[in-house]
Design a protein around this ligand. Sequence first.
Ligand SMILES: Cc1cc2nc3c(=O)[nH]c(=O)nc-3n(C[C@H](O)[C@H](O)[C@H](O)COP(=O)(O)OP(=O)(O)OC[C@H]3O[C@@H](n4cnc5c(N)ncnc54)[C@H](O)[C@@H]3O)c2cc1C
Length: 323
Amino acid sequence: MPVESTRRTAEALSAIPGLEVAEGMPLACHTRFGIGGPADVFGETAGIESFVSALRFVRSAGLDFVVIGGGTNLIVSDEGYRGVVLRFRGGLLEARETHVYAEAGAELQQLVDFTIAHGLKGLETLSGIPGSVGAAIYGNAGAYGHSISERVRRVRFTDGDQLLEFENSQCEFRYRESVFKRHKSWIVLSVDLELDAADAVELRATADEILKIRNEKFPPTMKCAGSIFKNLLAANLPPAVRERVPQSVIREGKIPAAHFLEQAGAKGLSKGDIHVATYHANLVYNAGNGTARDLCALIAELKRRVFELFGLELEEEVQYVGF
Ligand SMILES: Cc1cc2nc3c(=O)[nH]c(=O)nc-3n(C[C@H](O)[C@H](O)[C@H](O)COP(=O)(O)OP(=O)(O)OC[C@H]3O[C@@H](n4cnc5c(N)ncnc54)[C@H](O)[C@@H]3O)c2cc1C
């Protein structure tokens, strides 16, 4: 944005009670990759009303904006974002019998731990997935054969004008997809979940086991986004490719993208400070001073190799900001 409109936007947003506003905020500080140039204007709040007011303002002013959560699934351009970046930190969690209410700014792990502490089953396999509840709904986060959508009853969101509510079926959840991913201006505010009563000690043991495995695969300090590419639905593959995939590789109807990447020689590839892990072909990380430019170049190289070998278009699970 031109300097003058950046200043005016920052001033107008600063008038919203509870919203902390900064100009030129380096987005590298807000992404797990540790990559990303400055946002013209950055606003964050733990208050749901402040957040909604900020969204109404940017929408009514016709400004480009993006909402981020923990930044664990983002590739932000080295040039940053020309517009307004908003972040909601509101993390209220409430349980009534088997119903749980969660604000979108809660960390998913806090929600998982909260449900386990209340002896509620259904989210324990999501242990260790970083990021916020809002983004987990947006991308239908999941692991170990389960996705958050299985437990969602209702999602409250705003289109920047009205406050709206969708039942589960209206959210159009699929593998790493939801209606919110297709309507980027629909911003999740809170969610109601329905869980089952269970033994808290057993749930904790399951979660701890998963956390242990995950921490080995994704060391907590690793600058990455988890898996770069979505896994592939076996049913959608061309028969000639599917025939070449051993049955043992197919899990819950999906073939890990890593299966194809590995054969394409992805493991250990690098571009500048961006590397593909030597032990996991779908894990790309920043070894220190990586750039978005190198990250995008390496991703393009991986896609090219898999396309040449199998005729398959890999689809990124990560989301791009500022390109
Ligand atoms: C080590 C590691 C392991 C991972 N493992 C898994 C895994 O097993 N399964 C899995 O599903 N994911 C996994 N991920 C990816 C990531 O954790 C999820 O995608 C997570 O849901 C992103 O949350 P976030 O708050 O960091 O979102 P961000 O990265 O900040 O944003 C992701 C997207 O969500 C949108 N968004 C954010 N908040 C909202 C909102 N309130 N309303 C609407 N849209 C919103 C953003 O605009 C953006 O497009 C992993 C990531 C890492 C780093």
